[in-house]
Design a protein around this ligand. Structure first.
Ligand SMILES: Cc1cc2nc3c(=O)[nH]c(=O)nc-3n(C[C@H](O)[C@H](O)[C@H](O)COP(=O)(O)OP(=O)(O)OC[C@H]3O[C@@H](n4cnc5c(N)ncnc54)[C@H](O)[C@@H]3O)c2cc1C
Length: 494
């Protein structure tokens, strides 16, 4: 089914799903305010950036924290989060209602893989107990919802997906932006390197290349310095201490409790102090991986890298993966579900238009941030174990900003891998993750996305409190704030 026809088709699906007591809308529901992850698409004139950093020729940024249908970027392990909490959330509610999505994944939360597997698991459970031909409603057209819907359609069920936005894909969002010759990914641009995902990407003709994940650090003077294990060792020590503690604590608390901090602020031979290396690991590793400050992240499961080597870097258009799934199911877009009523016979959905629909069973795949809000209510309320999981699981905030420049000024001063391992050819590998050490940064890390193709594109990753702060700025203020962080790469000295 062509995408532009899916709404019309979904309306016929809607008619088929409706029971006598409920009705589907007989016309396209009024579009809800389309949540914009980007306030403005083009750069606004802005004061000259500092220290010779050139102005970008194009810019596009996300705002996932203030997006009402995401309310953050992805779930993370806050203090007290356990695998069993995520498993509880994925438990069926009676035999009529399931919750799925990345936050329900016990093995890969916060990822595309986790979301896809969670949607599939819920659909398999539905398919096992539902009668042939039953009607199933799936709420949310992200990768979890669409994966579930396609599985159920293939299994012979009548399925409709109800999506709040005027597009499918959820947190996967590829957009065309003037000034960029390639799609801009406002959600993930790195995808896990697992075979089912690779196969799905190939089938949808989404091109990827292997991502080296070679990180470079420069001081504020532009000097490239080799990254020692100091920061990661400190986090490892805090994690080991927290593992043995009677109760989970935050990374910040475990660093103190383990005696790891305070660390020396005396600069070492590289002119960087151990304390600055720990701050670097937290700012460019922990925070972009979780979207949360170290005072909130569980010390027991804290990750130290957000850009793992061996991931696949999307060079095509990631939304094609979701569109390929969407083409196979009926979808009602611009339809915000505000209430899910369920009993032992059926599930009833109320839309923000006031209309409602009924199905035999439903899978709810809205993000955990939406479940935590009062914008979607359940009647009767969810079982205690589900409520507990929803209360405990948290969403981190991570945003991206895509910048295109006249030329890749940051590559010219590359110190040929002073901070990097050797490449396969024996030469030092060029960095593809640029960071700054010794100074607090607004941007956690810059991904040199054009390195493979020669395009002068940098993607800034902004995380945790910085992301929330920057979402409130207008474009000129935002641009000034982030470009300041590139000064060490404009005045590079290897
Ligand atoms: C900036 C960023 C970077 C990321 N980087 C990576 C990465 O490198 N690797 C990786 O694997 N993952 C990454 N992720 C995470 C990944 O994108 C998500 O884990 C995944 O897309 C979640 O899919 P989902 O189907 O669970 O949720 P979603 O994609 O959020 O789908 C849920 C759907 O529900 C809809 N919805 C919400 N409320 C309602 C309602 N009331 N009624 C109807 N519909 C509703 C939403 O509009 C949405 O379409 C990143 C995410 C972000 C934001």
């Amino acid at each position: 089914m062509a995408r532009r026809t899916f709404l019309a088709a979904s309306l016929s699906g809607i008619a088929a799903v409706a029971l006598s007591s409920c009705s589907w809308p007989d016309a396209r529901p009024s579009p809800s305010a389309s949540p914009s992850a980007t306030p403005t698409p083009t750069p606004t004139p802005t004061p000259l950036p500092p220290d010779g950093v050139p102005l970008p020729t194009a810019m596009r940024r996300s705002s996932w924290g203030s997006d009402p249908f995401a309310r953050g970027a992805f779930s993370y392990d806050a203090v007290g989060t356990t695998t069993s909490l995520r498993q509880s959330l994925a438990e069926p509610v009676g035999e009529r209602l399931w919750i799925a999505g990345e936050a329900c994944s016990a093995t890969d939360p916060g990822t595309l893989t986790g979301a896809r597997d969670s949607g599939l698991a819920a659909a398999e459970q539905v398919a096992r107990i539902a009668e042939p031909g039953e009607r199933v409603a799936v709420i949310g057209a992200g990768i979890a919802g669409l994966t579930a819907a396609v599985h159920l359609v293939d299994a012979g069920f009548e399925v409709v997906v109800v999506e709040a936005r005027d597009r499918v894909g959820g947190r996967v969002w590829s957009v065309e932006v003037d000034g960029f010759d390639r799609p801009v990914e406002l959600g993930p641009v790195l995808v896990p390197d697992d075979e089912p995902m690779a196969e799905a990407l190939r089938a949808a003709s989404v091109d990827t290349v292997e991502f080296d994940g070679v990180v470079e650090a420069r001081t504020s003077e532009g000097v490239a310095v080799a990254i020692p294990p100091t920061g990661v060792d400190a986090v490892d020590a805090a994690r080991a201490w927290a593992d043995a503690a009677p109760e989970d604590v935050s990374l910040a608390a475990a660093l103190v409790g383990s005696g790891t901090v305070p660390m020396s602020t005396v600069p070492g031979p590289d002119e960087v102090s151990p304390a600055s290396w720990l701050a670097h690991t937290i700012a460019s590793g922990v925070q972009p991986a979780t979207g949360a400050p170290s005072s909130a992240v569980s010390a027991r499961t804290v990750p130290t890298t957000a850009f793992p080597s061996g991931s696949q870097l999307v060079t095509g258009r990631l939304s094609d993966l979701l569109d390929a799934l969407a083409d196979r199911v009926d979808i009602a877009v611009s339809s915000v579900v505000t209430r899910v009523a369920h009993d032992d016979r059926r599930v009833s959905l109320r839309l923000d238009s006031g209309e409602s629909l009924t199905a035999d069973r439903a899978i709810v795949t809205v993000p955990i941030g939406v479940l935590k809000s009062d914008t979607l209510r359940f009647s009767p309320v969810l079982p205690f174990a589900h409520q507990r999981a929803i209360a405990r699981l948290e969403t981190g905030v991570v945003d991206v900003v895509w910048l295109r420049f006249e030329e890749a000024f940051w590559r010219s001063g590359s110190p040929a891998g002073a901070a990097t391992p050797d490449g396969a050819d024996g030469l030092a590998a060029a960095p593809d993750v640029l960071t700054v050490v010794g100074e607090p940064s607004t941007v956690a890390a810059w991904l040199d996305l054009g390195r493979e193709t020669g395009e002068p594109i940098l993607v800034g990753v902004i995380a945790a409190t910085q992301a929330t702060r920057l979402e409130a700025l207008d474009d000129p203020e935002f641009q000034s704030a982030i470009l300041a962080d590139l000064a060490p790469y404009a005045t590079a000295r290897g």
